[in-house]
Design a protein around this ligand. Structure first.
Ligand SMILES: NC(=O)c1ccc[n+]([C@@H]2O[C@H](COP(=O)([O-])OP(=O)(O)OC[C@H]3O[C@@H](n4cnc5c(N)ncnc54)[C@H](O)[C@@H]3O)[C@@H](O)[C@H]2O)c1
Length: 428
């Protein structure tokens, strides 16, 4: 971080930025260092994002309630790549980089905790990852559905109230999902669409047709954020993110204790990561139904870059904006075929009955230009990346739990058995 007499607090800046004095010419004038609070910082994306932002010179605070680790215990599964405790990660980052991550352990559904954390850390920006993020988990039964919606919607409402009461200038960068839109038979726009109806025109929120109770929680969040931004004059960015793949980033590569999680199971594993594990252990790649389901996807390094770009270019006061955060779109079948082609040995592709209620073949064309306009330089899916993921998985293949791979949650049933056969929630 900046120290001594080369930094000063800009008096005219409504955000708490530290700027180099104007006597230093050129690009240094443009450097802005912020206080950024990352919520859900122990998760797959939250941890690499925290140390990425810290490496960029920001003062980063981290929050988590370890709900994700609790779901692992509940379902009897774990990240394929062993992960350190948050405390050890923070200690290791301090040793490696010299930077501190102020740590707040607590649950965002606890309004008093959320308010006092935000008041104490006094952020310029909040990056909010902290939600239950697996569609299958939300579809296990009533209890998991209710837990997901309460956790996600109430947590986000508590953050919005705290921002409005403590400092409405705090820029909220919230992780939404491309799944909020569903798969309409028209092009998907970035958040809004101009509609002409009975001779009148308006720009309206793009219709949402989410495909699970989890995705519905994200839609509820989006509406709550847009409304709160309008009534209280907040600044908010809703990042409708595609499916993330990949495991390592420049910072997580600096020490094994900085590794992020790698999920491959049928509940939390994202599709490309799961197929890589299946290829390595000689298990057929499990494509659901015809495999024509098309999804926007991106490399984990681009998640970090997109968040950096959103933070560096904050929303205006009273502005609720939406960026579609993905770089390429693929059908599930295309991903399976790509992995089968790239893996050095034979790989079989199995088509299972689709446990979800969704279109197995459909039109899909989603806009994603706003982050590119801000300067995103995508890492497109390449053989090299896939080969490096084979390497990650080969190292830990002895830890793969085959039972965790087959889909166990059916959208058509109101109750699906979970591993460990535990009924009801263990999350308190
Ligand atoms: N991983 C993807 O492919 C993907 C795609 C689109 C959107 N997203 C969104 O990005 C965000 C992060 O995803 P991820 O893959 O890192 O998920 P993750 O489950 O690995 O991380 C989420 C973290 O939030 C924490 N958390 C959950 N509820 C909390 C609460 N009430 N209080 C405090 N902490 C809480 C969890 O313990 C976990 O560490 C999620 O909001 C998700 O919906 C992820």
């Amino acid at each position: 971080m900046l120290q001594g007499n080369i930094c000063e607090l800009s008096e005219n800046d409504s955000l708490n930025h530290y700027r180099f004095p104007s006597i230093i010419p050129g690009w240094l004038d443009e450097l802005v260092f912020m206080r950024i609070l990352v919520l859900g910082a122990d998760g797959y994306l939250g941890w690499p994002t925290s140390i990425y932002l810290s490496a960029k010179g920001h003062q980063v605070g981290v929050n988590d309630n370890f709900a994700r680790r609790t779901y692992d215990h509940e379902l009897g599964q774990e990240s394929l790549v062993p992960i350190s405790t948050l405390k050890r990660r923070v200690d290791t980052w301090r040793k490696v980089s010299g930077e501190d991550l102020e740590t707040y352990i607590g649950d965002l559904t606890d309004a008093d905790f959320t308010h006092s954390m935000i008041a104490k850390f006094n952020p310029d920006a909040i990056v909010h990852f902290a939600e239950q993020r697996a569609a299958p988990y939300s579809m296990i039964d009533r209890a998991h559905c209710v837990y997901t919606q309460v956790n996600n919607v109430v947590g986000t409402l508590n953050i919005l109230y705290a921002i409005a009461e403590i400092n409405p200038d705090i820029h909220l960068v919230k992780l939404g999902t491309m799944g909020e839109y569903g798969t309409p038979n028209i092009d998907i726009e970035e958040g809004f669409i101009e509609i002409e109806h009975k001779g009148r025109k308006d720009v309206l929120p793009f219709p949402k047709q989410p495909g699970s109770f989890y995705h519905l929680s994200k839609v509820h969040d989006s509406h709550n954020i847009a409304f709160a931004t309008k009534i209280w004059g907040l600044r908010s960015t809703d990042l409708n993110q595609g499916v993330v793949y990949g495991h390592t980033t420049e910072q997580t590569d600096m020490h094994p204790e900085l590794a992020t999680r790698f999920d491959y199971d049928a509940v939390f594993g994202t599709v490309l990561n799961r197929f890589i594990v299946q290829a390595v252990i000689g298990h057929p790649l499990t494509v659901y139904g015809k495999g024509g389901q098309t999804r926007g996807m991106l490399d984990i390094r681009d998640t970090l870059a997109c968040i950096g770009l959103a933070l560096d270019n904050p929303a205006d006061k009273g502005e609720y904006r939406v960026f579609n955060q993905f770089t390429e779109q693929f059908t599930v079948k295309e991903i399976a075929e790509l992995i089968a082609r790239t893996f050095p040995s034979d790989v079989k592709i199995d088509h299972l009955d689709d446990p979800r209620v969704e279109l197995e073949e459909h039109y899909y064309n989603a806009a994603h230009t706003k982050l590119l306009d801000l300067g995103l330089q995508p890492h497109l899916l390449s053989d090299t990346l896939i080969e490096s993921l084979f390497g990650v998985v080969q190292k830990y293949q002895h830890l793969v739990d085959l039972d965790a791979i087959n889909p166990s949650v059916s959208w058509r049933a109101t109750q699906s058995p979970v591993r460990n056969d535990q009924k009801g929630m263990v999350v308190s």
